[in-house]
Design a protein around this ligand. Structure first.
Ligand code: PGA
Length: 249
């Protein structure tokens, strides 16, 4: 058994309805123009108000639609939150959990992220768990320690849940939105460590890279990871599609 290859667009807090429709049209046209099926799973995570629009635009296709966050409780007095069961209800395929922007700006800690991770799995939504070190941590030689700490959430997944499609996105914080991606050697080293640590327990694990991916980066690193989580370059449909093509092996 092996994990799938994924190329996922993280729109962050960008795009309105019209822009999403245009993006979807362009992606669908590019897909239909290809002679063969693309050999990666493509997904897009728009903001919450646009998830249903994206679901209907990609209805009947293989394109997955995800959310950028969720709350782990099913329902209740949690003003402003969106629950895991609400995401399930509208057919969300995957959910990004623990993105560094959520960790940093919204103060999400490993304990909360672990609850979200387990809750997404219980509801059958593919979790895309983001992990990665900051520049300061990297300079202090703490990369492995930080990643081990962030992966504790995964180790706590109960044994009866290990047959799931589990996606980890290794996103060094210093590479996100900076235009400076990590070097292929560094990515390979960290991703191998993550895989060696988890592959026995999770036979269907996929480990993606994220951080300033463009089409060249995708080509360079396609053999060292199982795909990518793409931020700014995903906003342009043509660029994103090229990245997805370049991630094929
Ligand atoms: P970036 O973002 O591609 O703009 O660096 C990646 C991410 O935050 O997931």
């Amino acid at each position: 058994m092996k994990g799938q290859r994924y190329v996922l667009a993280n729109f962050k807090m960008n795009k309105n309805t019209g822009e999403i429709k245009k993006w979807a049209d362009q992606i669908l046209q590019l897909l239909y123009k290809r002679h063969e099926k693309i050999r990666v799973r493509i997904g897009v995570a728009p903001s919450f108000p646009h998830i249903l629009t994206a679901k209907s635009l990609f209805y009947g296709t293989d394109i997955m639609v995800g959310a950028q966050n969720m709350y782990y409780e099913e329902k209740g007095a949690f003003t402003g939150e969106v629950s895991v069961s609400q995401l399930k209800d509208i057919g969300v395929d995957f959910v990004i959990i623990g993105h560094s922007e959520r960790r940093k700006i919204f103060k999400e800690d490993n304990e909360l992220i672990e609850k979200k991770l387990i809750s997404a799995i219980r509801y059958g939504i593919i979790p895309v768990l983001c992990i990665g070190e900051t520049l300061e941590e990297r300079e202090k030689g703490l990369t492995e320690k930080v990643i081990d700490e962030q992966l504790k959430a995964v180790e706590k997944i109960p044994d009866e849940m290990t047959e799931i499609d589990l996606v980890i996105a290794y996103e060094p914080v210093w590479a996100i939105g900076t235009g400076i991606p990590a070097k292929p050697d560094h990515i390979a080293e960290v991703i191998n460590k993550i895989k060696n640590k988890l592959k026995n327990k999770f036979p269907k694990i996929s480990v993606l890279y994220g951080g300033s991916i463009d089409e060249n980066v995708a080509k360079e690193i396609r053999h060292v990871c199982d795909g990518g989580l793409v931020g700014s370059s995903s906003l342009d449909a043509q660029k994103f599609f090229k990245i997805a093509e370049n991630f094929q092996t």
